[in-house]
Write a protein that binds this ligand. Sequence first.
Ligand code: 5GP
Ligand code: ZN
Length: 137
Amino acid sequence: MENNCIFCKIANGDIPSKTLYEDDMFRVIMDINPASKGHSLILPKKHFANIYELDNNTASEALVLAKRMATVMTEALGCDGFNILQNNGETAGQTVFHFHMHLIPRYKNDGVGLNMEGKGEPDYSLDDVQAAILEKM
Ligand code: 5GP
Ligand code: ZN
């Protein structure tokens, strides 16, 4: 547990939260400022600041839990779609530096702004980007 980390305190039950699920590794809570009806967060109980720090077992179990939550929440809320989102670093929109996955139920015309639109033809070479990544794999 990391000092002064609010999600460590929530995940471990030191600060109360609206909990949807809990086991030894995770707590799933409802987001305090929801983007849509049912917006929730998967928090590991162990502190990892972001995906780079996450251990492989927590990473795999988090996705298994996300799948279960998405299935249950879709049935319970009657949403029309579902986004699973995870931010790393301030530039990517991370505001709480304890790894978490957003579970965002989506409803027709809900106006949730997750804009992943392309910007047209890139002004850099895709071959160069591919080569840079492949070199580190
Ligand atoms: P991030 O921007 O880091 O990916 O997401 C942080 C999320 O945590 C935001 O959606 C924000 O509303 C939520 N959040 C921040 N503080 C609290 C809190 O104390 N309790 C709950 N339930 N959610 C929080
Ligand atoms: Zn933490």
